[in-house]
Design a protein around this ligand. Structure first.
Ligand SMILES: Nc1ncnc2c1ncn2[C@@H]1O[C@H](COP(=O)(O)OP(=O)(O)OP(=O)(O)O)[C@@H](O)[C@H]1O
Length: 257
């Protein structure tokens, strides 16, 4: 039987506030296999970002655990890279320097080699020639491409994305969505699985192999839906629309829980 790349096991989490604990996640269980693109969807404020932070090792669950290729995640690790909706680039560094930063922990590599790797990933995301540009000189879509290059340059096993297209205009988002799957899953990349948080169901159907729907307070998994459509996907296909309708109705049920 194939082993999961990522395993979320019985994860529960509460925020500790002055008014007492606020339970956010309860008994979350799911698995992500090799070359799977998994999306987590839920009504706003349900705990999607919190779950992503737990997977990233940025927060420890109160109970349960997350395994990455069988090993428990106990803190941040270069094996997991994260992409945020606000790009999170350093404005005083060039595109190339921002990407190079992902390799700062690779003391085994010379500066020249690190620079070469960074250049290769900028090229991969379509930004060859923009190495010396500062973030302020780049469009939103280009900034997100730099962030993707930086995540890939860290040579992670899993890529985590928190609403990666939310701050882009519709046309730019559409273009990047069309490219992201092949940008991330190819022979130049070490990424074996993607977990994305989104509340845009169109993009979720377009990109995912599996969708996890959270609902309730604290949130638990309401449904897990596999999207069995070949790629590239056409948003106008009847089957695409069927999946979309199904997710909308599951999400509206989760709103009532
Ligand atoms: N640092 C914090 N302290 C206390 N409560 C928090 C904290 N961060 C988040 N919360 C609460 O935890 C719940 C889940 O938040 P989270 O950001 O994970 O939800 P989300 O599903 O990602 O929301 P959105 O779709 O709006 O981004 C919310 O009710 C939020 O108010």
């Amino acid at each position: 039987m194939k082993e999961p790349i990522l395993e979320v096991i019985d994860v529960s989490y509460s925020y500790k506030t002055e008014k007492g604990p606020v339970p956010v996640l309860k008994d979350i269980n799911f698995k992500v296999y090799s070359h799977e693109f998994v999306s987590i969807v839920a009504p706003t404020g349900t705990g999607k970002t919190t779950l992503l932070k737990i997977i990233a090792g940025l927060r420890r669950p109160d109970s349960g655990k997350v395994l990455l290729m069988g090993e428990e995640i106990r803190g941040p690790t270069p094996k997991l890279a994260m992409i945020f909706q606000d790009f999170a680039l350093y404005p005083w560094l060039t595109a190339l320097e921002n990407v190079e930063l992902a390799l700062f922990h690779r003391k085994d590599l010379s500066k020249e080699v690190r620079r070469e790797i960074a250049r290769k990933y900028l090229e991969l995301v379509g930004l060859g020639g923009f190495e010396d540009y500062y973030p302020r000189e780049l469009s939103g879509g280009m900034k997100q491409r730099v962030a993707i290059a930086r995540a890939l340059a860290a040579q992670p096993v899993v890529l985590l994305m928190d609403e990666p297209f939310a701050n882009l205009d519709a046309i730019t988002a559409e273009g990047l969505r069309a490219e992201i799957y092949n940008m991330v899953f190819n022979e130049e990349s070490t990424v074996k699985a993607i977990v994305m948080v989104s509340h845009n169901l169109d993009e979720v159907v377009e990109l995912s192999d599996k969708v996890i729907i959270l609902g309730g307070r604290p949130a638990s998994i309401m449904a897990e839906v596999e999207i069995k459509l070949s790629r590239p996907r056409n948003t106008r296909d009847i089957e695409f629309q069927d999946y979309l309708d199904r997710l909308y109705s599951l999400l509206s049920i989760s709103l009532k829980v």
